[in-house]
Design a protein around this ligand. Structure first.
Ligand SMILES: C[S@@+](CC[C@H](N)C(=O)[O-])C[C@H]1O[C@@H](n2cnc3c(N)ncnc32)[C@H](O)[C@@H]1O
Length: 294
């Protein structure tokens, strides 16, 4: 699991095993083909730092041996899963980008409720598509519980899905315990209501919130698995497109488009854009927050 801070410490701890240029090319191509995550040529030492210790700890002689294992070993799926844990950047926190969350809560949610009610439907599906350690889907669950309790308590079935490619971060999300850094943006009334301070000094998400979120391992490049993720009314895919090149962004956004119900909404990171990536969405501006609608 990586943040910018842990990257610095990892660099200090590393490494004896060096990565050749050929190994870098082979690895970055494998990673790109499977995940869309793009390591440009100036990121060789970043990849080397993230993997050399793992290779050493597992007794593989060098990067070439590791690549053989990724290609041919019967346990390659497990190896790829371990690889994803090492190459992904998982920075996240509760109540990230409050302007977007406010647009979600005060505008998008009521619009979706109204539209579905008009059709006699009382089921809504929300998906946090690269949820890392769970702060994003749990934030959405808290907003839904707190601010629209009338809706939540009036027979609505609200499914919130959180998914990520990395099993390590999903396991942390399943535990649902967070440090001060993760909760730094949580408004005090939410902290009181939806967290419990544990003996270990961490903040646990209360069971009623945890129980609203279903977590699963989904690679946004895996079209076969994504076919099970259809009919989403609102999708959050924030701060993950930045790791992809344009081709990969196009593929992932097309997959998300297919997962959305007609009229469904997509939130991407506030610094991200679908310019030159997709023209399939209508752009909706809510108090200067840009949201994409299918
Ligand atoms: C920086 S975090 C963003 C977390 C959260 N959405 C937020 O904005 O706070 C990016 C996440 O994207 C995940 N990710 C990267 N490539 C992915 C892929 N191909 N499929 C699914 N998740 C992916 C990473 O594992 C990481 O947890």
């Amino acid at each position: 699991m990586h943040t910018e801070r842990s990257e610095r410490s990892a660099m200090l701890l590393s490494k004896n095993i060096q990565m050749s240029d050929n190994a870098f090319t082979a690895l970055k191509e494998m990673i790109y083909e499977r995940t869309g995550i793009f390591f440009s040529d100036n990121k060789k030492s970043l990849l080397e730092n993230r993997l050399s210790r793992y290779i050493e700890d597992n007794g593989y002689e060098d990067f070439e041996k590791y690549i053989d294992i990724l290609k041919y070993s019967p346990s390659r799926d497990k190896e790829f899963s371990a690889l994803y844990e090492r190459i992904t950047t998982n920075e996240t926190f509760f109540f990230r980008d409050v302007n977007q969350l406010q647009a979600f809560e005060t505008d998008v949610l009521p619009m979706v409720v109204k539209e579905l009610e008009g059709k006699g439907i009382k089921k809504m599906r929300i998906w946090s598509a690269a949820c890392s350690t769970g702060e994003e889907p749990y934030t959405l669950a808290m907003l839904i519980r707190n601010r629209i309790s009338q809706i939540y308590n009036s027979g609505w079935d609200i499914e919130i899905h959180g998914s990520d490619i990395s099993e390590g971060v999903l396991n942390s999300a399943r535990v649902g315990e967070y440090n001060n850094y993760s909760i730094r943006n949580v408004p005090p009334q939410y902290l009181d209501r939806y967290f419990v301070k544990n003996g270990n000094g961490k903040y646990g998400v209360r069971p009623e919130v945890k129980g609203m979120v279903r977590l699963s391992n989904i690679n946004l490049f895996d079209e076969a698995k994504l076919r099970m993720f259809r009919g989403m009314n609102i999708v959050f895919c924030r701060n993950v497109l930045i790791y992809f090149d344009d081709m990969a962004k196009k593929r992932v956004i097309a997959n998300i488009y297919d997962s959305l119900a007609p009229g469904g909404y997509l939130f991407i990171g506030h610094a991200e854009s679908l310019f030159n990536i997709s023209r399939a969405f209508k752009l909706v501006n809510i108090n200067n927050v840009l949201i994409y609608q299918k």
